[in-house]
Every structure is written in C-alpha cells, then in structure tokens.
Design a protein around this ligand. Structure first.
Ligand SMILES: [Zn+2]
Length: 282
C-alpha cells in the first residue's frame, strides 16, 4: 500500500504535467473505486489546473472547474503518457491535457478514490480531509503536541495511535514500526504513558524517516511505481519491517512480529522497552 512518501513522490511526479495546464477531456469508466465516479467529473473539461498538492495520503488537483481528491488505495498509481497511448486493463480514470499528455490512474484492486469537489468549495474542507490531524513534516507536529494528544487516550497502545490520522496523517504501518524501533519504544507501550522526551524523539524520528524515504523515491512494496515508472529504493533501508526471525540490526536479538489492530508490527524485544504508566501517575 502506498504510504505518505510514495504519495508525496507520486504527487511531485505528476505535478509538472498537470499544473498550469488546461484539461482537454476527462475519462472515467463504469467501475466503482471506493465510491462510484461522480458524473460531475466531466465538468472538469476546459478547466485550468492551478495547483496540485498533497494532504495526508490524498492528492488534490485544484482547477477553476472544480477539484479532484485522489487516494491511491492499495494498488492505485498514476502514469503519465501521450494522449494517444491505448488504455490497458484497470486504467479507470484519466485527464487529457492540452499539452498532448495524459495522466492516467490505474488501480487493479479498486480501493482508491477519485472524488469531485465543485468550484467555489475548498477541497481541504471536504469530508475526506477536514478531520485529518497535522502533517508529520509540519512544525505543528512536535513533542508537546504529541504528548498532549496521547494523554487524551484513556486506553490504547502507541503504534495504533501513531496510525490514527486524527492524531497525525500519513504514518502508515511500515513507518510506525520503523519509527518506534529507531526511537526504542515498544509498540505495545501505553500511548498515554510516553514522556515528553519520548514524544519529542518519536516526532524527530518520524520526520527523519519520512524525509529520507521521500528523498529516496518511496518504498517499493507491491504495485507502487513512481509516476515516471521507476520504483523507489527505500526498501533496503527498512530495519525491522517484514524481518521477523532476522537479527536486530542494533543488538542481534531475533526480531518479533505481533498483530495490533489487524496490522503486523515488527520490533526488537530487547531494544524496545515497554512503557507502562506508573501507578502514582494514574
Ligand atoms: Zn535489538
């Protein structure tokens, strides 16, 4: 599944082909993705794209004929092609531009989202985006914020909390496991037991991990390919994710795998200490 770095890399990949371009035609088929295609997507025709941005794991294409919010789901990816290139299986949505290029969305498992927002409405206030927490790379996401937010959790473990998009957006399963390992925090620690120092470390580590991954072009897992078709390279850099049974890169202890909230978590039982709120603080 594409995580924030892949979405950022994808957004940066397609942005030069979309921004400052006029939309010549819009294609969408009869299949439904996460929701059916809105027939009003046709109204994008003739629209001028003034910006392409990312919010969490959503890509937003802003035009004067309305905006489009895209989520890549499990297998969605964009391709930039000549407008004459024939469609292939699972090409479900496309914007043809006056430049002669076409930006296509291919999504074999159809968990992605293409959502139309009419002109005059701010897509960032759309129901898909309005409740999202801060961006992990923004200054607003810092130790004091994270501590405050985690202390509001009555009962819950730190890893699912990091993956809660109301707390912070775009920290998916891979980066939650990796960041907790680097910060030496056990994934099953009580979220509200973390100290300010730990929260500050965790924020710093999450930012560094995501930034490094973006710089290296995104993680290659399953179907992800950058918009130019080249896969990312970060996969070799993963320290614990998918490596249960292998030695910890720090201490050599066998890495373990557990399941939290139906998602796999990988960690080192020696390096990552379990934090439980002391009784005196309850
Ligand atoms: Zn270790």
């Amino acid at each position: 599944m594409p995580e924030l770095p892949e979405v950022e890399v994808t957004m940066r990949g397609v942005r030069p082909y979309l921004e400052q371009q006029r939309i010549k035609s819009v294609y969408f088929d009869d299949y439904r993705l996460r929701e059916p295609f809105d027939p009003r997507l046709s109204e994008l025709e003739g629209g001028f794209i003034d910006a392409v941005s990312r919010r969490g794991k959503f890509i937003v294409i802003h035009s004067d004929h309305g905006s489009v919010i895209v989520h890549l789901g499990m297998t969605g990816h964009f391709k930039v092609q000549d407008a004459t290139a024939p469609a292939v299986k699972h090409d479900h949505f496309a914007l043809t531009l006056e430049s002669g290029k076409m930006v296509r969305l291919n999504d074999s498992r159809r968990f992605g989202l293409v959502h139309y927002v009419p002109p005059g409405q701010d897509p960032l206030c759309d129901e898909h985006l309005v409740n999202l927490g801060p961006e992990p790379l923004d200054d607003e996401f810092n130790g004091a914020y994270l501590l405050r937010r985690l202390q509001r959790i009555k009962k819950g473990e730190i890893k699912p909390a990091l993956m809660n998009s109301r707390i912070v957006v775009g920290v998916g399963n891979i980066y939650a496991s990796e960041s907790l390992f680097t910060a030496a925090i056990h994934p099953q620690s009580q979220a509200n037991a973390l100290t300010l120092t730990q929260c500050t470390t965790l924020c710093r580590v999450i930012k560094a991990t995501l930034q490094r991954s973006i710089a290296e072009g995104g993680t290659t897992i399953r179907d992800f390919a950058g918009a130019d078709g080249k896969p990312g390279y970060f996969v070799q850099e993963l320290q614990v994710y998918g490596k249960n049974g292998k030695p910890c890169p720090r201490c050599g202890t066998k890495l373990e795998k557990i399941v939290q909230g139906q998602r796999s978590t990988f960690f080192c039982p020696h390096c990552q200490k379990l934090y439980v709120k002391p009784l005196s603080a309850v």
